[in-house]
Write a new protein. Sequence first.
Length: 504
Amino acid sequence: MQPTTSTTTAADVPQRLLGRTAHLVDGVLLGVILVTVLLLRLPGWALPLERDEGAYAYVASTWLHGGLPYRDAFDHKPPFIYLLYMPALLTNLSPVLSIRLWSTALCLVNASLVYIVGRHVWNARTALLGALIFGIAGSAFELQGLVLNTDQALVLPALAALWSAINLGATQQLRFAIALGAAVTAGVLIKPVALVLGLLVVLTGLYMRRNIVKVLGGTALGVFAVAAPTVAYFWARGGWSHLLFSVVTYNRLYADEARIRWQFGPLVDMFVPFVPLLLVALGGIALLRSHPTAEQRAGWLVVGWTAALLAAAVGSLRAFIHYYYPVLPGLALLAAPCVAWLWDQGRAATKPEWLAGRTASVLLATLLVLPLAVQNIKLVGTTPEQQAIRLYGDAGKRFFAPAPNVAAYIREHTQADDYIYVFAAEPEVYVLAQRRSPSRYIYNYPLELLPQAAAELSHDLRVKPPKLVIAYSGLQPDMLTSDPYLAKFSKLTEIGGYAVFGIK
């Protein structure tokens, strides 16, 4: 061991202090970014639940109370989305506020992960810029940044997979291969399109040809560590066949229907808000060659990760803007070095050139994030109903915004242990009213795609007759005339786009 002199120690102290100070400053700046994101999301915390959020919350609640997804409450998403919803349902707050708060917490975690990944790939300053871009874009109202759908939920395991792949390539340690497999599997168990994240395994394997067994073996261990307990749990509780049918068979039917209705025009129009970020991200990709080899490899992992998620969104064949949400962290991570590069152009230049570079950098960053931030600033002073209409149009006006009023009517005219049934695609009504469905079919999509579903529903309604039936206005379900018990029902009231039926 080489002795350390007092002179060497004294010389090292300022360097260590500078390093600690830099880390402290970075932490403070990241905190400022997270507070900014929190404030931007605050005006939308009362945004009414939409139907997908209602389904996830209802199934999660059923699971929390001893039931089982698919067997006791039908939905066609993998089980981890319901697990992710559970923390929001453990509070005494209203369902809307608790879900919005939980969504905000997840967004803040994701922004922090963007920073962590950015530090591994670029540097602290560029990482902070990436976290800022994602924090604002990922909270943008019109990009559905305030909603907690499977696409927003997918970002957390997807970023964990990216972080694991980058560390695996840098250190070649088995634990990161295991973490990569576990993160990809968790993503698939939120949304199946996360299978495309397997590209990270391929790219990392190419970088580590001599250790390919470690990459594949560790990844397989990670997959097993997450998948095996999940399969065992549903198998032990008698729900494995229900899971397979709902997530595999039903989704195949749903995908076939989506392809029939696919149109290219709406897809292009929907993608327009992402174009500025995409163009600047292309600039960041072009700059990859100017970085050291290790940074290039990590950077190409970010490129592959982003491209895979973008391809998955396009391959869905649906013009739903939230399908493209998982691409935002990658675009932010790739756009940030382009903005930082402009800032650095003035370092060794004359004062006019220095000013031009810094000005261009600030203007580009402002053009990227300001229009997105303004979307949320405009929410200040608006009502939840106005927000729902602005985000969802006619569906927001007729269904999502009036749902709390429908729920209030239900609570006033039923007891806590009464059943209600919603003949519509609006399971958020159950969640807001805090009432249960007599059937596992909590929305009407399966009734259209599964012939046996209608017969099962009819049986359930006879065994557990509902106190109230809610339907879309102007659409009286056939069962209200064909079923002897339900035939006694008549329309009690209309609220928004809903009609409420019961026995007078």
